[in-house]
Ligand binder design. Structure first.
Ligand code: AP5
Ligand code: MG
Length: 190
């Protein structure tokens, strides 16, 4: 299973990706976690991306795609990709790259959560500079501008499903499992 999780900051992508990875033995690949790790380790990549991540801006597409290539290829038992693609451009570029490797994504889940709940969750979490109130506002604005068009671009695809992410993490998990079972059956059918 190769699964994409799409959702606003605080929608629960990381929370749900971890549970899915544990349940199905897939690799959890989070673009944000990998970027933050590079920043902590002060790698060359980390120094390039630090100001983007701290300010809640999107890192340039090429940087993210180069960073993800290796873990995606290494995930031979499938993956749940959290935080990528985030724009129509990333979706188109990665589709071309992934197709050329003979790998196709099987399903995408959009985690839908109201804005007030996103803000409440992020303020409660408080992940450093990134979760300062002004940066949260900016991340939500970037999501509206860059990622909401991706949802429109994917709308109506048979392998895409929207889940109400405002419920408990357990309820959301069970709902995602039901959806991906249906979506996987669809993709696997001739
Ligand atoms: P990224 O790490 O992807 O951050 P994000 O999209 O802002 O999302 P978060 O990780 O904050 O939230 P989440 O949806 O994972 O929710 P979580 O499970 O943690 O990206 C960070 C930065 O990296 C970006 O700003 C950008 O700079 C860069 N970047 C990343 N990908 C990129 C890309 N493709 N292109 C360019 N740049 C990129 O949950 C949040 C909180 O809510 C937690 O405390 C959790 O415990 C709680 N919670 C979760 N689910 C529930 C629930 N059901 N009920 C109650 N609480 C819940
Ligand atoms: Mg996350």
């Amino acid at each position: 299973m190769r699964l994409l999780l799409i959702g606003a900051p605080g929608a629960g992508k990381g929370t749900q990706a971890e549970r899915l990875a544990a349940r199905f033995g897939m690799t959890h690949i989070s673009s944000g976690d990998l970027l933050r790790q590079h920043v902590r380790d002060q790698t060359a990549l980390g120094r390039t991306v630090k100001s983007y991540v701290d300010n809640g801006d999107l890192v340039p597409d090429g940087v993210v795609m180069d960073m993800l290539r290796k873990p995606v290829l290494a995930a031979t038992r499938g993956y749940v990709l959290d935080g990528f693609p985030r724009t129509v451009e990333q979706a188109e570029a990665s589709y071309a790259a992934v197709r050329s490797l003979g790998v196709e994504v099987q399903a995408a889940i959009h985690l839908d959560v109201p804005r007030e709940e996103l803000i409440r969750r992020l303020l409660a979490r408080g992940r450093g500079t990134e979760d300062a109130e002004a940066v949260i506002e900016h991340r939500l604005q970037v999501y509206q501008e860059k990622t909401v068009p991706l949802l429109a671009y994917y709308a109506g695809r048979e392998w895409m499903s929207t889940v109400d992410g405002s419920r408990s993490a357990d309820t959301v998990h069970e709902d995602i499992v039901r959806r991906i079972q249906k979506l996987a059956a669809f993709v696997a059918s001739p």
